[in-house]
Design a protein around this ligand. Structure first.
Ligand code: SF4
Ligand code: FES
Length: 312
């Protein structure tokens, strides 16, 4: 029960419980079933298929302050109201990227989204009388929209939560981001240097590092901030379509190493993304740029890497 003096928030959470057999298969289940299935084998297309299960929307109203994050509220619900609610998080301050979801239809992180920024006052539905006619009150007739709100005085509003779009949901707010991680892995997301370390005038190794100048670092430093949260992929209408596009996050990781002066595989990396599902699939919608929690202008970076691949 919420005290009258406290402010509250209502979370409308899209919940999902997979069918038991799907959960069994996702855990590794029967190896025979996986091998004999024509759709098995863990391909990305199989991973992207939406699992079947029970779906519903559940509302929770709890005490909250405007400065609280949505993650704070979910933790309160999990600890005091409903321990069955599933969501993923780790660092709690925008560094790990594990808690990307859809908030009011926008992909973003739970831990950096405040109630102040995301709570919306519900729109009052028009009153309809027994004969189906809409009843217009005095306030509405005079255009005083605020006065028609039915929100209680201490309510900060409503926030709608759903799993990250573009990925199959696993349970409640947890989406399976393996398709994105697999695409990143395929593009060898690690430094491939020439193995030649800096030496002194006498020929001795003087630093077990591959050195570079600040201006060389500046070419990829921002890109190296990517935390593989999937927010850009959840915003991309082409990535959501299935296997047609390897996705903006994979291209950001590839670009990070292509722009690194210490890496020796830039040409091979560009060949790897010069494919129909690589840079050619990007439609320059630039929805990927809008909500990157690390401040990467994903659309602009994609544009730059497309130009670089074409020019090589
Ligand atoms: S580019 Fe930004 S939005 Fe995309 S995965 Fe990396 S951190 Fe997340
Ligand atoms: S919990 Fe780590 S980024 Fe939100």
């Amino acid at each position: 029960m919420v005290e009258a003096s406290k402010t509250t928030v209502t979370l409308k959470v899209h919940r999902f419980t997979p069918r038991p057999e799907r959960a069994e298969r996702a855990r590794g289940g029967s190896p025979f079933a996986r091998k004999s299935s024509p759709f098995g084998g863990g391909s990305d297309s199989a991973a992207r298929r939406r699992p079947r299960g029970k779906q519903w929307v559940q509302e929770y109203t709890i005490a909250a302050r405007p400065e609280d994050t949505v993650l704070d509220c979910l933790l309160t619900i999990k600890r005091t109201v409903d321990p069955t609610l599933a969501f993923r998080y780790s660092c709690g301050h925008g560094m790990c990227g594990s808690d990307a979801v859809s908030i009011n239809g926008t992909p973003t992180l739970l831990c950096t989204a405040s109630i102040r920024d995301w709570a919306q006052q519900p729109v009052a539905l028009p009153q309809v009388d027994d004969e189906g006619f809409r009843h217009i009150g005095d306030d509405e007739a005079t255009g005083n929209a605020e006065a028609t709100s039915t929100a209680e005085d201490n309510s900060l509003g409503v926030i709608e939560l759903a799993p990250l779009p573009g990925f199959p949901p696993q349970r409640d707010l947890i989406a399976d981001i393996d398709p994105m991680l697999n695409q990143i892995r395929k593009l060898t997301p690690y430094l491939e240097a020439d193995g030649v370390l800096a030496t002194t005038a006498e020929g001795k190794v003087n630093a077990f590092e591959y050195l570079q100048h600040p201006e060389q670092l500046a070419k990829y430093e921002m890109l190296s901030n990517c935390i593989a949260c999937g927010v850009c992929e959840g915003s991309c209408p082409v990535f959501a379509g299935g296997d047609a596009f390897i996705g903006p996050a994979a291209l950001i990781w590839s670009s990070r190493f292509i722009n690194d002066s210490r890496d020796t595989k830039a040409l091979e990396r560009m060949d790897a993304i010069d494919t129909t599902d690589g840079v050619a699939a990007c439609q320059s919608v630039r929805a990927c740029s809008r909500h990157c929690p690390r401040g990467i202008d994903v659309g602009e970076e994609m544009w730059q890497i497309v130009a670089k691949v074409r020019e090589r």
